[in-house]
Design a protein around this ligand. Structure first.
Ligand code: SAM
Ligand code: SF4
Length: 475
């Protein structure tokens, strides 16, 4: 089937009614739930059941301070019991900021004349990749504006270039993408280059607000965007990431929109999205957005806890848009991936750390500019296992989150040992002495904690091999 982005309308019956605003508002407008109801919903989630819209709305409507605490506590224990202590690390790499869209929240929008429009050349892309490998990264997300120049073939070529870079002991082992929606053949071209997750954020699930903030370009078509990841699935990309930009509309509506999107994928494709992102609007060059729906810190912590409980099988990503204090707090509620050493400037990684951002070359302001190693130090100190693992993706174990929960013992047998092996690689190749000492102490403790599983001896052997110079070992 040929799709026309400008005039696209949902015709496929499987997608209807996918987002029904009246249904969402009916749930939000239900009367306040009693304590027992809220506790029942939290318990259902702790039993690893994905919550329905109605159940999620119960959590949204529970606004007594002690119930909010119980929800946060529930999210905390779900995170501990289900996800364990691993935190996956990645970095964004902006490839180009040309854009034909006019999104009012974004520094790259077409009407923003003060933006320097840059597309990295192949050589610049190689240099950026080297600089990221040099920090210790193994997983990147490539980011692009929406522009005819950034065709599927162009994106596929940039993916091949980045995968092709080998530098001292390192290389990038998994590339995810955040780019504009494509048609099915376009998604197929990009998939064939070997990508991991394709992320597309709906920004807002509320169509009238969507129309208000997207004033030009293909992105104006709400349905083309809403169904984008369905086309990705049809093209064989079963690893997709959804997201909403919090601050455009009522956060309660967006949370239910995200949960509805997850239900849709599970119903139609039998697999939910791999990740959910929940960026909050940050300052950007000539930002042009109403402040009415901006999400306060306490609401943000609350909404992340609710999302954690609502979709226990979905990975959650928290980026450097948020300041370190909020990131540290929210890590406890179930975030599974964070970026580190982030630099949004086009070509910025090879220039080195920028203390002050230049918003004429960056999409928005970030609030956590710690280096990757500073973040590693914090994680290690707090007892988390920083992970650069890419084993499932490379062994073709897609839908890995599902596997983590559904295959008994999978986390202990595979995820934790693999996280420790990638940590050992980092310590050998990139860490200063203090990080190395603290990191190996953590490896020892966590290896000991795995002693009742069959892998400990094999794990110790592999860690020794890493120390001896072998790389890229996994279970
Ligand atoms: N051009 C692609 C698109 O629109 O899908 C790539 C998107 S952009 C590079 C990645 C995400 O950043 C957007 O989907 C949006 O949610 C988010 N974003 C844009 N402006 C932002 C801002 N001012 N603050 C925080 N996040 C922002
Ligand atoms: Fe372009 Fe994406 Fe920014 Fe919109 S959010 S202006 S599509 S880069």
């Amino acid at each position: 089937m040929i799709y026309h982005p400008e005039t696209y309308r949902i015709k496929d019956k499987r997608m209807q009614p996918f987002i029904d605003p009246d249904e969402i508002w009916d749930y939000i407008n239900q009367k306040k739930p009693d304590k027992q109801k809220v506790r029942d919903v939290i318990q259902a989630s702790l039993n690893k059941k994905r919550l329905s819209l109605e159940e999620t709305a119960v959590l949204i409507n529970a606004d007594d301070p002690d119930l909010i605490e119980e929800i946060k506590e529930g999210a905390r224990s779900l995170k501990e019991n289900v996800y364990g202590e691993r935190i996956v690390l990645f970095a964004p790499l902006y490839v180009g900021d040309l854009c034909t869209n006019n999104c009012q929240y974004c520094g790259f929008r077409s009407t923003n004349k003060d933006v320097k429009r840059i597309t990295l050349t192949s050589d610049e892309l190689v240099n950026e990749t080297r600089a990221l490998i040099d920090q210790g990264h193994k997983r990147l997300i490539l980011v692009y504006g929406e522009h005819p120049k950034y065709s599927a073939e162009f994106i596929a070529e940039t993916v091949r270039i980045v995968y092709g870079v080998k530098y001292s002991n390192g290389e990038i082992r998994r590339l995810n993408i955040n780019a504009a929606p494509f048609d099915i053949p376009g998604f197929r071209t990009i998939k064939d280059a070997g990508i991991g997750t394709f992320q597309i954020f709906q920004e807002t699930y509320h169509e009238p607000t969507y129309a208000k903030v997207h004033l030009g370009g293909v992105k104006r078509n709400y349905e083309w965007r809403l169904t984008a990841l369905d086309r990705a699935q049809e093209a064989g990309i079963d690893d997709v990431g959804i997201g909403a930009l919090f601050g455009l509309y009522d956060w309660r509506f967006e949370v239910l929109g995200l949960v509805r999107h997850v239900n849709h994928f599970e119903a139609v494709y039998n697999v939910g999205p791999h990740t959910i992102s929940f960026p909050r609007i940050q300052n950007a060059l000539s930002l042009n957005i109403s402040k009415e729906n901006l999400v306060k810190d306490d609401e943000f912590v609350r909404l992340v806890s609710i999302l954690r409980l609502a979709v226990p099988y979905t990975g959650m990503i928290l980026t450097a848009r948020e300041p370190a204090e909020i990131r540290d707090q929210i890590l406890r509620f179930g975030v599974s991936q964070i970026d580190g050493g982030t630099n949004l400037e086009l070509g910025g990684y090879s220039k080195g750390k920028n203390e002050v951002q230049d918003l004429s070359m960056e999409q928005f302001q970030i609030n956590d500019n710690r280096s990757l190693n500073e973040i590693m130090d914090e994680l290690i100190k707090s007892g988390y296992i920083p992970s650069f693992c890419t084993a499932c993706y490379r062994l073709g174990r897609t839908g890995e989150h599902f596997m983590e929960f559904s295959v008994p013992g999978f986390i202990k047998r595979f995820c934790s040992p693999n996280a420790l092996l990638t940590l050992a690689e980092y310590l050998e190749d990139y860490a200063p002495a203090e990080t190395k000492a603290a990191g190996y102490k953590l490896i020892e403790e966590k290896t000991h904690a795995l002693k009742n599983t069959q892998n400990v001896d094999a794990l110790k052997e592999k860690i020794q091999l890493v120390k001896d110079g072998k790389r890229d070992l996994y279970f």
